[in-house]
Design a binder for this molecule. Sequence first.
Ligand SMILES: Nc1ncnc2c1ncn2[C@@H]1O[C@H](COP(=O)(O)OP(=O)(O)O)[C@@H](O)[C@H]1O
Ligand SMILES: *[C@@H]1O[C@H](CO)[C@@H](O)[C@H](O)[C@H]1NC(C)=O
Length: 311
Amino acid sequence: MSEDVSVIVVGSCMTDLVSQAPRLPKAGETIHGHKFFIGFGGKGANQCVQAARMGAKTAMVCKVGKDFFGDNYIQNFKNNAVSTDFVEQTEKAATGAASIIINNTGENAIVIVAGANMLLGEEELRRAQSAITRAKVLICQLEIKPDASLQALRMAKEHHVKTIFNPAPAIADLQSDFYKASDVFCCNESEAELLTGMAVTSVEEASQVSLELLRRGCGSVIVTLGPQGCVVCQSTNVVPKPVPTTLVTAVDTTGAGDSFIGALAYYMAHYSTMPLEEMARRANLVAAVSVQTVGTQTSFPFRKDLPTELF
Ligand SMILES: Nc1ncnc2c1ncn2[C@@H]1O[C@H](COP(=O)(O)OP(=O)(O)O)[C@@H](O)[C@H]1O
Ligand SMILES: *[C@@H]1O[C@H](CO)[C@@H](O)[C@H](O)[C@H]1NC(C)=O
């Protein structure tokens, strides 16, 4: 097998099928829209692509269908220099897809079919085991079977690979083992609320919620706060630290959290002595670039587009 990867992601791949229409159709109705586009999404793949664009040697562990969208997604990984050695294609389900309708006021209606993503399991993880255990950083989310995510996190942890866990989409009764398997537990405000039942609308409340999440057994907690940056809290110094970001004009914040996590993974893999707060400060600045243009992966910056101070 080829050279060791620094950042490996076990997670989802999703094709976004986006239609823009004057309004959302009613049941049984057919209406005409004015724009259609296909986008590459899925939190796992998004985070992996951002880490790769920062300059990390990355690999994606995921499952897509043996279909047009699956072929297309594999090509997208190759275009972004992401290793596809552990991207498997199945005939048993279609590539994950999100059919999205957006009206003129920005409201949307979305149907997600996870498809092949739900067929990623123990066997696939076993085939990727040597890459997972030799990586510097593993990232997992919750868009695949939770058991598969947990197994990957444990596999990494046993081999002293740093783990980042992004509990998205959040589930209220997350198994306690996820906290123990996370070196960095990174979520946004709504996920933190759902996990703890605590309200999170301010930096102060995010600090309180990060303490609660830390108590559940993770090494560190990062709660992202959109234009307010994030809060970082570590078990080695249990004082939540607000990490503000710069003021920018946001045009599309879709995928901002994924850009943040991909960048964070890059720093964790390549700057082993950098304080986590400094990594979070830099990840804020990478994500701030992503919100200034439209799209998800299309808005993620490449290393060459970022200020040299970030490296
Ligand atoms: N309007 C914004 N201005 C600047 N940075 C932003 C903005 N929105 C998001 N970000 C950056 O993206 C990160 C993640 O955004 P957030 O909205 O918290 O996550 P999610 O995409 O999961 O909803 C934030 O921590 C911040 O660094
Ligand atoms: C947090 O992320 C979820 C996706 O997991 C998203 O639906 C939600 O809108 C985000 N919340 C905030 C406050 O950005």
